[in-house]
Design a protein around this ligand. Structure first.
Ligand code: SF4
Ligand code: SF4
Length: 375
């Protein structure tokens, strides 16, 4: 039987219909359909990405308040949560991460609940959970204690592109977002290489590399090098290299990365059977993750808002809606794709977006068989 995915488009008008009212309506529908998901006295984790400094496509704290209000109406105690990043940047420890969240408006006065960095000060607060035998890449997953200790979850995901996952939605938000640095490292198995002819020796890859794998040897005209033994595959250098001199080494498959990521999403829901709700915000569908310290033009016009109890179904619906949408003129996909094309593969040609959904279905994370229900 198809899983319902509730949908409202992004139109607003003078009769009181706004984006915020639509997100509230979707959450109210979910809570009504699944009254046991978020219960009175729960510590309810609202999983969100606070955005890297410089990014402006992350979910607005004004929208996020709809989730904290929904949790409070159910009698729960909500908190917003994310984990520290693997790479250097504005969210690699809890102090920087909290300051970034505050700078982006995630204060109780705006979003309606406190912020907790779920894997602690230096990303060392986590537990290992067992994964079902259907998982083929991992037997266990390392998940941040703050998420495991929560009674219930509302997973608020911004749908956008990603240089390694292709599509970024609920599955990726759960997988990378609920894992401490050690768990993120487990998932990243892709290696990178430098193309000498394109490298301008700017040193940006060296500056952002968290392990020292990227270096520029001393000497006139020397080009960047990546030590594959030291590289943890975080992709930071790729995202920061302006002349696109860095590429993935395709001898290490993105199928492995994508399946590992999907199995971590299942780990993030450990102990939360029937206790998690999902909302996908399909607006500002930009080429890269909210971890990028900038936001390019969206590649499609704003699609709208989705809600479901199933992370696979909601991601499949988001993927399909973006696929059906026309391309935004002047964006990175202008002239390169059109309505009906897979925008995520068009943006990141070697990635395997839909493997998240197919592998997710295989391991019991959810179902690709959904029914889009327009409220
Ligand atoms: S960021 Fe790119 S161009 Fe700059 S040094 Fe590294 S590989 Fe070369
Ligand atoms: S060289 Fe490897 S570890 Fe360093 S930034 Fe690039 S992907 Fe990350």
């Amino acid at each position: 039987m198809p899983v319902p995915v509730y949908y409202l488009d992004a139109r607003a008008n003078s009769t009181g219909t706004s984006a915020l009212s639509k997100i509230r309506a979707l959450l109210a529908k979910l809570v009504k359909e699944s009254p046991d998901a978020v219960r009175a006295h729960d510590l309810c984790a609202i999983k969100i990405h606070f955005g890297e400094v410089g990014n402006d496509a992350y979910i607005s704290p004004v929208f996020a308040k709809a989730a904290s209000d929904a949790a409070r109406q159910a009698g729960a105690k909500p908190f917003f949560a994310d984990t520290n990043t693997l790479y250097t940047g504005s969210r690699s420890n809890a102090v920087d991460h909290l300051e970034t969240a505050i700078a982006h408006g995630f204060v109780p006065e705006v979003c309606g609940a406190p912020v907790v960095i779920a894997d602690g000060l230096r990303s060392d607060d986590w537990r290992e959970v067992e994964l079902p035998s259907a998982c083929t890449r991992f037997k266990t997953a390392k998940i941040a204690s703050g998420f495991l200790a929560a009674d219930s979850m509302i997973v608020l995901s911004h749908v956008k592109g990603h240089e390694m996952a292709g599509f970024g939605g609920a599955i990726k938000n759960l997988a990378m977002g609920c894992a401490p640095a050690a768990g993120k490292r487990d998932q990243h198995c892709v290696k990178f290489q430098v193309h000498d002819k394109k490298c301008i020796s700017c040193g940006r890859c060296v500056a952002v590399c968290p392990t020292g794998a990227a270096t520029i040897p001393v000497g006139k005209g020397a080009k960047a090098r990546i030590d594959k033994a030291m590289c943890i595959g975080c992709g930071e250098c790729l995202a920061h290299c302006a002349p696109k001199a860095i590429s993935m080494d395709w001898s290490v498959g993105l199928d492995e990365f994508t399946e590992k990521m999907t199995e971590y999403a299942l780990g993030a829901l450990n102990g939360k059977a029937g206790r998690a709700l999902f909302v996908n915000i399909v607006t500002k569908v930009v080429p890269l993750c909210d971890c990028a310290p900038w936001s390019d033009l969206p590649v499609v016009p704003d699609v709208g808002f989705l809600a479901s109890t199933d992370p696979v179904a909601i991601d499949q619906a988001a993927f399909d809606l973006v696929k059906a949408a026309p391309v935004w003129p002047g964006s990175a996909l202008d002239g390169k794709a059109s309505a009906g094309d897979d925008k995520f593969t068009a943006m990141h040609p070697e990635t395997l977006s839909e493997l998240q959904m197919s592998h997710g279905q295989l391991i019991g994370l959810g179902s690709r068989d959904y029914e889009l229900v327009r409220l």
